[in-house]
Design a protein around this ligand. Structure first.
Ligand code: TXA
Ligand code: MG
Length: 335
């Protein structure tokens, strides 16, 4: 099997791709779709057999639940048995967008989707393509990120093709994912509500809407059971990844003296202190801006891997709240 990749950059192509994707999804197939965070591997969330294919394609462990994507609050409410005030407030403020709400699951959601758990994560994504497909299908879509388990999430169709082309019939090219890292996941089944996975909608924005939300504890081992995506080793490139501070080339070189990798096999990702030497294996420059950095980060990690880097060195992000989710993903990839 070699996946067909459908473009969506004109109205005609967009509509034709929506029709094709919806046909496949109705037939119980898995389709790779764009979202604003990362690309997703989607199947009919009501259909356990279709969802089982997602686990098989990704090599995903059965204990890791899958987020259900909806295209309205009404559809979200079909997936859950309780819609508390914080859900209403957060949905009003941040949907459609990169926020997943964990709530008690309804019987319409097969146990497989939630890994046997009593809760389900629901999200209304803002990307127009996946919205149009969900509306056309009339059912919600279960979709994890469209990568092999434990690899970097895809932020464009080419990333999906490289990892999964031989296991899919259809990949929809909806352009570069505009957020670039996975959604913020908030558990509303505990009191006070808790952030299980930080994302670009950060805790201060959430707290402005629902006052008592607990901060995520990215270094504690405890959330791993509630949200397996928080397992420490996750989102990892093939290369070894280090996060370093440096002020100039010589400073960076000195810090790498003890590492086993040669300068020529090292890929540097910088946002502020740009290396000047020409002997680095590769250098990526991303603007010193949290949103721009998040958008570009996974693409640059993919690039480092493809260039065969042994070591990827990322310039440490600032410690401000806007960079929190980026630091979280980097720390996991480096561990
Ligand atoms: O932005 C995103 O969320 C992307 C796009 C495709 O929507 N999806 C995504 O899915 O990142 P995935 O499967 O790669 O990560 C989902 C995360 C995992 O950490 C999983 O454990 C957690 O969400 N999760 C899903 N359902 C949950 C639940 N009921 N309770 C706790 N955590 C849950
Ligand atoms: Mg993932």
């Amino acid at each position: 099997m070699i996946a067909e990749i459908l473009p969506t950059h004109t109205a005609q192509l967009f509509n034709a791709a929506v029709t094709r994707a919806a046909e496949s999804l109705r037939a119980g197939e898995v389709v790779a779709l764009p979202t604003e965070t990362v690309y997703g591997l989607a199947a009919n969330a009501w259909d356990a057999k279709a969802v089982a294919k997602i686990f098989a394609i990704k090599g995903r462990p059965a204990h890791n639940p899958i987020i259900v994507h909806v295209a309205s609050v009404a559809m979200a409410r079909h997936c859950v048995t309780d819609w508390p005030a914080p859900a209403e407030q957060l949905a009003k403020s941040f949907w459609p967008g990169p926020l997943t709400l964990v709530l008690p699951k309804s019987s319409a959601i097969p146990d497989l989707v939630t890994a046997g758990g009593a809760t389900v994560g629901v999200r209304w994504p803002s990307h127009p393509f996946i919205q149009a497909v969900i509306r056309k299908c009339g059912f919600p879509l279960a979709a994890p990120s469209a990568n092999l388990s434990n690899q970097i999430s895809p932020t464009n169709a080419e990333h999906v093709r490289k990892q999964l082309s031989d296991q899919l019939n259809l990949i929809i090219d909806g352009g570069q994912s505009q957020v670039g890292i996975e959604s913020t996941v908030v558990d509303l089944t505990v009191s006070p509500p808790r952030v299980l996975r930080p994302g670009m909608i950060h805790e201060e924005s959430l707290v402005a809407v629902v006052a008592n939300i607990q901060h995520s504890t990215s270094n504690s081992q405890h959330p791993t059971l509630r949200s397996p995506g928080l397992l420490k080793k996750h989102y990892a490139p093939k290369a070894k990844l280090m996060i370093l501070h440096w002020t100039h080339d010589a400073d960076l070189r000195r810090q790498l003296e003890n590492s086993e990798s040669q300068i020529a096999c090292s890929h540097i990702i910088a946002h502020t202190h740009i290396p000047t030497g020409t002997d680095w294996g590769g250098v990526s420059v991303i603007p010193h801006d949290a949103e721009a950095f998040a958008r570009a980060l996974y693409g640059e990690l993919h690039r480092g891997d493809e260039a065969g880097a042994e070591l990827i060195v990322v310039e440490a992000p600032p410690e401000t709240i806007e960079w929190h989710a980026i630091a979280d993903r980097l720390n996991r990839a480096a561990s």
